[in-house]
Ligand binder design. Sequence first.
Ligand code: XMP
Length: 186
Amino acid sequence: MKNNKEPNILFSSQQIHDRLVVMVNEIEKDYRDKDLVVVAVLKGSVLFLADLVRGFSRPLAFDFIGVSSYGNSRTSLGVINLSKQISIDIRDKDVLVVDDILDSGRTLGWVKEHLCKFGPRSVKICVLLKKEVERVIEVEADYVGFTLADVFVYGYGLDYRDRYRHLPYIAKLGDDEVPPGETVDE
Ligand code: XMP
């Protein structure tokens, strides 16, 4: 394992900020006259959600759903576990699911199907990142911040071994690398 001196930044804080301004405009236009409820997927979406909703000038509600997919530090095993149920009524509401990244599609596929059981008027998906990979579960994102190749990324909500979510940028990590500052196992 290699310990990089500097993070390999894919999307800077400024790039993320600029992209969010454009996304909010688009979403606001589409949800004009609608009863918008944003459901954010814990924990990866938290920074994205906070920055996104602050751009809205129209009223909205937001809530969280907690799901985890068991796996090691970089890969998911694909077993979805509900760790926090939504706590507001979404019946007849226009729901926008917000998540950090669309990868295999398992998480968002599961979340969308789960939320549909509560009788919302509509469910759309908004992700900051979309990986250009073949989806295991067919699910489309309606709003996408950035697309990226099949690389592991961390920062701005995304973790490496549950750390680094606080970073204001998104960095990529090679297969044999750990983030700067991380202890390298011998
Ligand atoms: P799926 O495969 O279900 O992935 O679409 C969604 C969840 O998996 C996590 N994920 C990542 N986390 N760097 C991360 O830190 C990555 O490159 C990455 N790819 C997937 C993430 O929690 C996401 O919500």
